[in-house]
Design a protein around this ligand. Structure first.
Ligand code: SF4
Length: 102
């Protein structure tokens, strides 16, 4: 299932969107990102966010509940993945866990 807002894009449902958190909350550096990612724990569009960040190569900040370092490590572990959206969005939870754990 893909979660979208009235405008048809997942960002409308973001737990960090539209003034819900301070703009720089997710763009801290280093170890502070581990605390910052708590914002993502209840986010209903976490997988969409993570997939877009991985597919677009977003290098800075927390996206989809993962730090920069975690996303880099994931991309290194799974260099064969051409579409993280296909790997993560609309996939059964067990499949998501497998995709992230490989
Ligand atoms: S997963 Fe985190 S960074 Fe992504 S939209 Fe949700 S709260 Fe924002």
């Amino acid at each position: 299932m893909t979660t979208v807002g009235p405008d048809g894009h997942w960002t409308a449902q973001a737990a960090c969107g539209a003034g819900k958190v301070a703009p720089d909350t997710l763009f801290v550096e280093g170890a502070a990102q581990r605390d910052a990612r708590s914002v993502c724990q209840s986010c209903v569009v976490r997988l969409e966010c993570l997939a877009d960040a991985l597919d677009s190569g977003a290098d800075f900040g927390v996206w989809g509940g993962m730090t920069e370092r975690e996303r880099r490590a994931l991309r290194r572990r799974r260099p064969e993945v051409e579409s993280w959206r296909a790997e993560l969005v609309g996939v059964e939870p067990a499949g998501v866990l497998q995709a992230l754990a490989r």
